[in-house]
Write a protein that binds this ligand. Structure first.
Ligand code: NAD
Ligand code: DAU
Length: 356
């Protein structure tokens, strides 16, 4: 029996990972720790919430005492850490919130793991058989030109936004705990994810929802920035593989070799939503609205995930076209979920972002 703490398990990627782990490993106890910020939603986990190998705990990763109590109560063997503030635009408005959650939160989790695993109470096995897996982003590597190059695991860190700076800092703390205290750690850096249960502030769910409701589609700058898109369940399967088979102390890049210029991706979204709603092709092109560019907007991200393919045999399960069809269908069929997560402060946020 293994006791695995997954942080941020009520969010977008975390909920897919929790579902995968609960279903695939009935012998593990999966403890999902989440603060349920605006981005966390227990409705994302309705299908597995009553499973005997699943426990939800509401709490803040920054609360060191709570983290220590949690490690002791559930006798945690492994951590998969996803909890974070994750939206670049919010980080531009409130960088401190990102330093708090992403840097101090990761540090308090590392410290609780170290104290529980390596010191103190009698009979501790130390770090043997333990693992702290940190889920990070390709944004720590900075921005590429349109020159066909890729981020590899050896690319120098060069974050530009408060979000990516906070994630880069958290990665450094994880490596510092490995190098200084001998904590067994792994880190993965993934490209842009898409799929169900993503909060509609990120490009794909925001635009699907807006196309459906005939609302403007705010394209930053000229829409020429490039992102490398991966289906969220393929990210979860990569995390599972790295957690179990990856080399301790190593970093793995995860990506889809699937680059899209924003404006081209937006046209695919328009075509797919219009088709699924039975509207004539091109109906929603008129919604495209070019707006002021994001400050410090990284031009291009592209991940070389060759190491993960070569060393661990990981392969994504879906082609992009199929993934987008599936994703659009999910949001169109789950308007209730969208209505639920966009109640409360969402409209205030949206107005400040796009009309303020
Ligand atoms: P998300 O914003 O959808 O979910 C984050 C979750 O963390 C939410 O459930 C939230 O309630 C929880 N949380 C936030 N602060 C917390 C705190 N202080 N204590 C406890 N819980 C807290 O994010 P996501 O898109 O699912 O991203 C998950 C992780 O993966 C993040 O670490 C992010 O940096 C990383 N990542 C995301 C992407 C992407 O494309 N979305 C790509 C690569 C890496
Ligand atoms: O690369 C991984 C990262 O991908 C993750 O670490 C982040 O958590 C995740 O949010 C994502 O960051 P991006 O900033 O790339 O994602 P976002 O969906 O916010 O934006 C995608 C692109 O679309 C980006 O170039 C900005 C642009 N955009 C976004 C929004 C929300 C628009 O043009 N208009 C918009 O309204």
């Amino acid at each position: 029996m293994k006791n695995i703490l997954i942080t941020g398990g009520a969010g977008f990627i975390g909920s897919h990972l929790v579902r995968l782990m609960v279903n695939k490993y009935p012998d593990y106890n999966i403890i999902n720790l989440d603060l349920l910020t605006y981005a966390g939603n227990l409705a994302n986990l309705k299908d597995i919430e009553k499973r005997p190998n699943y426990t939800f705990v509401k709490g803040d990763i920054c609360d060191l005492e709570l983290m220590q109590a949690l490690f002791a109560k559930y006798q945690i063997d492994g951590v998969i850490h996803l909890a974070a503030e994750s939206h670049v635009d919010r980080s531009i408005k409130d960088p401190f919130a990102f330093a708090r959650a992403n840097v101090m939160g990761t540090l308090s989790l590392l410290q609780a793991a170290r104290l529980y695993w390596s010191e103190g109470e009698k009979g501790k096995a130390g770090f043997a058989g333990k693992l702290f897996y940190h889920v990070s982003t390709d944004e720590v590597y900075g921005s590429l030109e349109n020159d066909g190059t890729f981020f590899t695991e050896d690319t120098k860190y060069d974050p530009h936004s408060p979000y990516s700076a906070s994630k880069a800092s958290s990665d450094h703390f994880v490596r510092a705990y490995h190098d200084t205290y001998g904590m067994p750690v792994k880190i993965s850096n993934c490209s842009n994810n898409y799929g169900s249960f993503q909060f509609p502030e990120k490009l794909i769910p925001l635009f699907i929802n807006n196309i459906r409701h005939n609302k403007p589609l705010p394209v930053y700058g000229k829409g020429e920035n490039v992102r490398d898109w991966l289906y969220v369940e393929d990210h979860a399967s990569a995390i599972d593989l790295i957690f179990h088979k990856g080399k301790t102390g190593d970093t793995y890049n995860i990506g889809g070799f699937n680059e899209w210029k924003n404006i081209d991706l937006i046209k695919v979204l328009i075509k797919t939503v219009d088709k699924q709603l039975g509207r004539p092709e091109g109906t929603s092109v008129k919604l495209i609205t070019y707006v002021t560019d994001r400050a410090g907007h990284d031009l291009r991200y592209a991940i070389d995930s060759g190491k993960l393919h070569r060393e661990l045999g990981w392969e994504p399960s879906l082609q992009f076209e199929e993934g987008i069809e599936k994703t659009v269908r999910w949001y169109l069929e789950n308007q209730e979920w969208l209505d639920n997560v966009t109640s409360g402060d969402y409209q205030k946020y949206y107005d400040a972002m796009y009309k303020g």
